[in-house]
Write a protein that binds this ligand. Structure first.
Ligand code: SAH
Ligand code: SF4
Ligand code: F3S
Length: 452
């Protein structure tokens, strides 16, 4: 029997990327074959993001295109199923099917283990919606990838260790779409990582909406912190690098700060979103820390490890943001000097507390602040990248480069590094002297081929 073709398209954060791989592994186990495009796919899953209005609207324009594809195939006598997963699915549920009739299934992020069953039920039912928060843990039921599959995905992998968020920042949908904070048990994570390591994975990014609040039970039901978990992971043979994201400043515990100084496998790069540099806005955002708290924390982190590179997320134009508030954000950026950052225009999301605030900022003001912030952040990124010139960096080789005889890897600070070398070095740490810098990448020469 020919296998049905499955195409999964991910939007949003890395947790969606990770969930998509777990959905693929589940469906491959029940007779589907993964396809890299929607072309001739029998089942298409959109794993969606609800964080900003643009992200949600993108899904509906995508669904419009898929409807045409589905109708075309229908005329040829072929059946196509369309599923919407992820945070838009959780937030909008059955409304999605009302708006776009070609959708067969709406499935929330906590229900992916039910996919095979729901797809079977579609043989006799027209459209299904499953956005409950089930009592069972989905990860306990989602199978691991085969060795071949893991190898095809490369040497760097994501592993979700914590889901959900209890912080309720006033602008954010995540606590509603992903539910309450929940840490996976230590042993399950270790088992999953051992499995990945045996298939050639040597770099891990531990994921969670609030990953540094990780507090998972071990075998004897003691809770283990993120630093404790990183220690255990670093002992797994084959694991060379560990990263994690995303963290909240209020959960940056002393043992994690110490790990950045003592734990060789833990990379010196920390994504620690602050959102704003104004105390008035931080309070309105319900961030529960001040700008000075953040600056003090950065000082402690840098005292412990002066080599650490920092990045953040910023929201411009939060309701009530004055010119002075915005200036305070620029000032914080100038003081910290970030290696890179993400920045967003505020987008009111229905159901979040700040959507009801009356003093929304006009698009003109928002755009002008966005550009000013962008200029500053991008100048800092360039400055950070240029500071690498002449340095010798450890690079973990990930894949073949764009050109023949070139390879691509990452510096400890997440920068892509291009080097002329053999692709036999994939999966190895090499030393590279940085000679050139472009907008987003570094270029250099191998100085020592010995495996580090
Ligand atoms: N859990 C992470 C990331 C959450 S979403 C954290 O706490 O940092 C990623 C980023 O999207 C946020 O850090 C924030 O900067 C941005 N974001 C979230 N909601 C938003 C909204 N309503 N409008 C604009 N940006 C938003
Ligand atoms: Fe959203 Fe705030 Fe939770 Fe991050 S910490 S996911 S911004 S509510
Ligand atoms: Fe988007 Fe959901 Fe991630 S809203 S950012 S996909 S947690």
């Amino acid at each position: 029997m020919t296998k049905k073709k499955l195409f999964v398209k991910s939007f949003g954060c890395q947790m969606n990327v990770y969930d998509s791989t777990r959905m693929i592994d589940t469906l491959v186990g029940v007779g589907y074959e993964e396809s890299q495009s929607e072309h001739s796919a029998d089942l298409i899953i959109l794993n969606t993001c609800h964080i900003r209005e643009k992200a949600s609207e993108k899904i509906f324009s995508e669904l419009g295109k898929l409807r045409v594809y589905k109708e075309g195939r229908h005329k040829e006598g072929l059946q196509t199923r369309i599923a919407v997963a992820g945070c838009v699915a959780q937030a909008e549920g059955g409304q999605i099917i009302k708006r776009e009739k070609s959708v067969d299934l709406v499935i929330g992020p906590q229900n992916y283990h039910r996919l095979p069953d729901l797809l079977n039920r579609l043989d006799s039912e027209t459209a299904l919606v499953d956005t409950e928060f089930p009592a069972e843990e989905k990860f306990d039921f989602l199978p691991y990838p085969t060795e071949e599959k893991t190898r095809s995905r490369g040497i760097s992998a994501f592993v979700t260790i914590q889901e959900g968020c209890d912080k309720f920042c006033a602008f954010c949908v995540v606590p509603y779409t992903r539910g309450a904070e929940n840490s996976r048990p230590v042993e399950k994570i270790i088992e999953e990582i051992k499995n990945l390591a045996q298939s050639g994975v040597c770099e891990l990014t531990l994921l969670g909406q609030n990953v540094n609040a990780y507090s998972g039970p071990n075998r004897v039901d003691q809770s283990v912190s993120l630093a404790g978990l990183i220690q255990l992971i670093s002992e797994i043979p084959g694991i060379k690098r560990i990263r994690y994201m995303t963290s909240h400043p209020n959960d940056m515990q002393a043992d994690l700060i110490a790990a950045h100084a003592n734990q060789k496998a833990l990379m010196p790069f920390l994504h620690l979103p602050v959102q704003s540099g104004s105390d008035h806005i931080l309070a309105a955002m319900n961030r529960k820390h001040t700008a000075q708290d953040y600056l003090d924390l950065i000082k402690t982190i840098r005292t412990s490890n002066p080599d650490i590179a920092l990045s953040s997320d910023f929201i411009v134009g939060f309701p009530g943001e004055t010119e002075a508030d915005f200036e305070a954000t620029l000032e914080l950026i100038r003081q910290v000097r970030f290696a890179s950052s993400y920045y967003f225009k505020y987008s009111p999301r229905i159901g979040t507390p700040s959507a009801d605030l009356t003093d929304q900022i006009s698009e003109t003001v928002m755009q002008s602040r966005f550009t000013r912030l962008q200029d500053l952040v991008e100048a800092q990124r360039r400055e950070f990248n240029h500071s690498m010139k002449g340095k010798i960096l450890e690079v973990l080789v990930e894949k073949k480069g764009k050109y023949e005889g070139q390879i691509m890897g990452k510096s400890p600070y997440m920068q892509p590094v291009h080097v002329r070398a053999s692709d036999e070095l994939i999966g190895q740490l090499i030393k590279v002297e940085i000679t050139d810098i472009s907008t987003n990448s570094l270029f250099g020469n191998i100085v020592d081929q010995a495996v580090l």
